[in-house]
Design a protein. Structure first.
Length: 79
């Protein structure tokens, strides 16, 4: 997967074909993209930073959220 240089809309289209959910730390994604156009759930992670150390405590909340996350919608998971 060579996705590093992709813009948000293109990245979401690529991910949609491969995954049921898209995890991001981009808090603006839901206001910048029309998420209802995608057939996957978007999970927005809100932590002190996007470092693994700060994101790791969110894992249990992410696992709790994934089963009820709806395609085409953003769900926010906070630390």
């Amino acid at each position: 997967m060579e996705w590093a240089s992709k813009r948000n809309s293109e990245l979401l289209r690529l991910a949609e074909g491969e995954f049921d959910a898209f995890l991001t730390v981009d808090r603006r994604l839901q206001s910048q993209q029309k998420l209802s156009a995608f057939r996957m759930a978007v999970i927005v992670l809100v932590a002190r930073s996007n470092s693994l150390l700060d994101l790791r405590p969110l894992i249990s909340k992410i696992l709790e959220t994934l089963p009820s996350a709806k395609p085409g919608e953003a769900t926010v998971v906070r630390g």
